[in-house]
Design a protein around this ligand. Sequence first.
Ligand code: C2E
Ligand code: MG
Ligand code: MG
Length: 718
Amino acid sequence: MTLAGREAFARQWAGAVTGTSYVSLDSDELVGHMLALTHLLVDSAVAVDFDPSIPRRIGADLVAAHFTGTETLSESLAMIAERLGALAVESGHADWHCADRRCPVLTARIARISGKLAAGYADALRERTLNEQEAIYRAGLLARKQAEQALADSEARFRAMFTEAAIGIGIGDLDGRIVEANPALLRMLRYSAAEFKKLNVNAMMHPDDAASVWQAYSELVRGERDHFRAEKRFYRSDGGEIWTHLTVSLVRDEDGAPSYQVALLEDVTERRKLQARLEYQAYHDPLTGLPNRALVSDRLSRVFAAPAAARRIGLCYLDLDGFKAVNDSLGHDVGDQLLIAVASRLALFSGPRQTVARMGGDEFVIIVEDSRNEDEVIALANDVLSALAEPIQVGGQELTVTASIGIVERPVAATSQADLVQAADITLYWAKSDGKSRYAMFDPNRNESQVTRFTLSATMPAAIERDEFFVEYQPLVRLDDGMILGVEALVRWQHPSYGLLDPERFISLAEESGSIVHLGRWVLARACEQARIWQDAFGEAAPFVSVNVAPRQLHEPGLVADVVAILTSTGLEPGRLQLELTEQALMGEETGPLEALTKLCGMGVRIAIDDFGTGYSNLPYLRSLPVHELKLAGSFAVGLRSADPDPVDERIVATLVNLAHALQLTVTAEGVETAAQRDRLRALGCDSAQGWLFARPSAPEEIDVLLRADAPLGGSGS
Ligand code: C2E
Ligand code: MG
Ligand code: MG
């Protein structure tokens, strides 16, 4: 079988070539490959016209397939010589007449095939070897060229950098002798190359060098470190000095031993000057040249960063009195000059422990670090006040300024920076409110009450929303029979953290902040709702409700409308509402309050003057007002308390009662605590009274009980 013969040939051929060299093909592939070559061989042997390129290609193919072992060619040629003839005869070609494998024509053909195959093999092998050599050569060449180029490049680059660099570069040996310096370094230090090479690094010491710089340097030349950086000053040849950013690196030889040092110097003198200027600007006030708020805060931070146990600190917080008036009346230029003059007087108090600074506007501060005690800082404040007492010449005029000073002095460990400054600020405010031109010393008790006042005032509006307020009622009793005529509504604040607060604690705050308008409307509405309930329950016998109205409320344009709206919505008869006003609320030029009173009175609402006798007690004036009742201040009752009352008080009360009656006003006495007081007041003609003798202010349910009892209050009703 033709095919079987060729396959057997191919298999044997494969064995021959693999036995002699490493072949990457696996055996099936290999046999396949050799079979393809076998076909070519046989075809070439039986072809009518011999094509020499075919065996050459087969030879080349063997090389290309890496059958390049020393025996490959000889083994292949031996097989061809032995067996190709038989294969050729077996496959017989139409044009091929010879059927004998020993036919000389066939033998000659096989010899030629072998020759060409060998030639092809040899050529291919040489070609490949050459190629390999060439590749290696080229690679080597390329590598060398690249290396040379790189070296030349880096040398050129280094040279260029060395000579052109703006940065100074100096090379020295380990003893500090200068080997080389670039032009930038010579320019920087103003030396010629020759002069500079005579210098030694060790002589480039600057008296202000940090010890750490030279420490690092000696470690470097000993080989204990490879580089260091520092900001260092150098003297120039002309004696001037420059600041540099210095980097020194150690260069070692192939064995790692230190061989020389390279220093890079960047001239940072300008940058440092700029930095210093910016720093100065950031920490000083441009007008007076004094340290500013930022410096103060920095200095205090430093003090508080490490609060040593025994350290104390003092602050004098100073504010000029009436500076705004100077600015407004004499102009800002004069104001500025005054500030400059004040600053220069204050500057005299600065010292190693004392910093004088301008905090802004006309506020200055003196920090006393490591103060000894309060007295030291008080003495300082006194000195400052007297230094400022001398008149100041400004713009051709003589100005006298005074200042107020707040003083705080305490152990550093017992306070914080923020607390200290806040305390000084508060204390300054005290000095102002105590009359100016003085100092005030921080007082924790005074501060606490102020802090509470502030918190109360700030949280009041929200507290109204949260229903933290409630109203108590205190009976107003007819002196004739001790029966309840009316009740006064008195507001209380159930504060979540301060507990139950009396109106004394918060009414004046509410006045100041304006919250009283809201709070007053709220009390009025509650009181009228309650009075309506009593009106329904007790009819004619129901008490009127007396509601306090603060001066500020009376000046509010909405008061009348509020009262109307509340009376309408609660359905309370206007005659069952009394409003208590203070005299001072009615004094003054404005017509609004009087108009409001007139309207309210016209509606049938009763008007009482509260705490009469503590203000102007301007009875003739009252004549022109729509008022129904006077409430005599509790202080009169105090004078009538003892068994042997003060005759002057008695006469005053008698006079007031008479006058009031002459004006057709009823009189209620407040603060009646004893039966004796009650008896005196009744004897003096008072119509009614209010006080603990009859009842304490209490919840509406307790008033209910009293009303239902329908009995006289205050013991013997007589
Ligand atoms: P006021 O209007 O003169 O109220 C009378 C004050 O005297 C009440 O104090 C009452 O508790 C107190 N008092 C009553 N009987 C006696 C007594 O026998 N002896 C003594 N020593 N005191 C007695 P309270 O409730 O602390 O109110 C104080 C002030 O707060 C009131 O004085 C009033 O001016 C104001 N106030 C109370 N509630 C309101 C309100 O809703 N609005 C406004 N604007 N002010 C109010
Ligand atoms: Mg009152
Ligand atoms: Mg009163």
